[in-house]
Design a protein around this ligand. Structure first.
Ligand code: PMP
Length: 429
């Protein structure tokens, strides 16, 4: 494939945008080479500026669960835009999407819309601190909750890819209130809680991790955290930015049958427009301004175009719950197909999957936390794999520390083609 135009555009972009990108993982710095500049996309495919067609396994990092330019979403945005793009007043649609989210997600009474997953998690932690009157939080190494200061401590995603899990610019004062635990290690969390019992506002985690590759929670891990939180007056915060409205209509709370105290959303809830949200039961949400004392706000929060896209997306998922089973099956098919060809080619690998989140590590140690994800990353092999896939028209995440996001727009022919390419590329590793 030829990527001449993308290469030229990247050179231009780097002059006026730091690193040529508005979000670091896009830069391909981890895998080398230059990013692909996309011109348009439809369904399962993206078309780049050089005219290449790519089967997409990222789907804008998760939001596009029904594929690109999904007609009901696009139509809703166009119709809304004609009537004005922002008012800064309440609109009826905000109540409608809130009602729908509250209906789909178990265990929440109220939801507040923001503009990104970062804002959702940042606000959730502030609310947890305000509600409990305590300062410290526990997060897990390799989990990513956006780029707000409290979370850039052993963070996953781009921070992990670029070797900057602890970012300069985060003050020691802030960092000292974030305690770090190992994912899937309940004993480790118990020790931290025991030592900091009176100071802990919340434990925040990705209930299925997707920012160090895909890492499902070990059996009993989520239940154990819930019990520990309840016993110690700590709030459990599920960051369902990736998993919400993807792993089930009600996210991991529904799928695993474990209730959190505060839940964060992003990605799917905005249908591809900039939306995040956080939700909880009345008792907690009533702590939020203007009802309660914890301040949180946004000029464009609940923006009509974003709400139109999100409402169209959630309505379809709500009305057609078979979608979740359909994408799970497609992902399972991909999993089995890739597993077979990688085995046939004697490649060392570990595939982790839960529902429509899946990732491949080129090592055979079980990948269960930050350390095993780093140890098993085999970056040289991953980078070759990534470029081999791209060269053959398959677009996967440009980092070993990201999950792939399957969309229901992918056909079984697309999956077969992808498995064929994995076989072809495996022979070169
Ligand atoms: N939480 C999780 C679990 C995420 O995966 C992400 C982003 N990938 C975020 C929070 C931050 O969301 P955003 O990029 O929309 O700020």
């Amino acid at each position: 494939m030829i990527y001449k135009r993308s290469s030229e555009l990247f050179a231009e972009a780097q002059k006026v945008i730091p690193g040529g990108v508005n979000s670091p993982v896009r830069a391909f710095k981890g895998v080398g080479g230059h990013p692909i500049f996309v011109k348009e996309a439809k369904g399962a495919y993206m078309y780049d500026e050089d005219g290449n067609k790519l089967i997409d396994y990222i789907n804008s990092w998760g939001p596009l669960i029904l594929g690109h330019a999904h007609k009901p979403v696009v139509d809703a945005v166009i119709e809304k835009a004609k009537k004005g793009t922002s008012f800064g007043t309440p609109t009826e649609l905000e109540t409608k999407i809130a009602e729908l989210a509250v209906k789909m997600v178990p265990n929440i009474d109220q939801i507040r819309m923001v503009n990104s997953g970062t804002e959702a998690c940042m606000s959730a932690v502030r609310l947890a601190r305000g509600f409990t009157g305590k300062d410290k939080i526990i997060k897990f190494a390799g989990c990513y909750h956006g780029h707000s200061d409290s979370f850039l401590i052993q963070a996953g995603s781009g921070a992990m890819t670029f070797g900057t899990p602890n970012s300069p610019g985060v003050t020691q004062g802030t960092a000292k209130d974030t305690l770090l635990a190992q994912y899937n290690d309940l004993e480790n969390v118990k020790e931290l809680v025991e030592a900091n019992k009176d100071d802990l506002a919340c434990i925040i985690l990705e209930p299925v991790a997707g920012n160090m590759g895909c890492i499902p929670p070990a059996e009993g891990f989520l239940e154990g955290l819930k019990k520990l939180c309840d016993e110690n007056g700590i709030l459990l915060v599920f960051d369902e930015v990736m998993t919400g409205f993807r792993l089930a209509a009600g996210g991991v709370q529904e799928r695993a049958g474990v209730n959190a105290d505060i839940v964060c959303f992003g990605k799917v809830i905005g249908g591809g427009l900039p939306v995040g949200a956080f939700a909880a039961r009345n008792e907690i949400m009533n702590y939020l301004a203007p009802v309660g004392p914890v301040y949180q706000a946004g000029t464009l929060s609940g923006n009509p175009l974003a709400m139109a896209a999100g409402y169209a997306m959630l309505s379809e998922l709500n009305e057609n719950r078979n979608i979740f089973e359909s994408i799970d099956k497609k992902t399972e098919y991909l999993h089995e197909g890739m597993e077979k060809v990688l085995k046939d080619n004697n490649i060392e690998f570990t595939i982790n999957r839960l529902g429509s989140m899946i990732s491949v590590h080129f090592g055979n140690e079980p990948v269960i936390n930050f350390d095993s994800s780093s140890n098993s990353a085999s970056l040289g092999t991953f980078n070759k794999f990534f470029h081999g896939m791209l060269e053959n028209g398959i677009y996967i995440a440009p980092s070993a520390f990201e999950t792939w996001f399957i969309s229901d727009a992918l056909s079984y022919e697309d999956l077969d083609k992808t498995i064929e390419v994995v076989d072809k590329v495996a022979k070169t590793l």
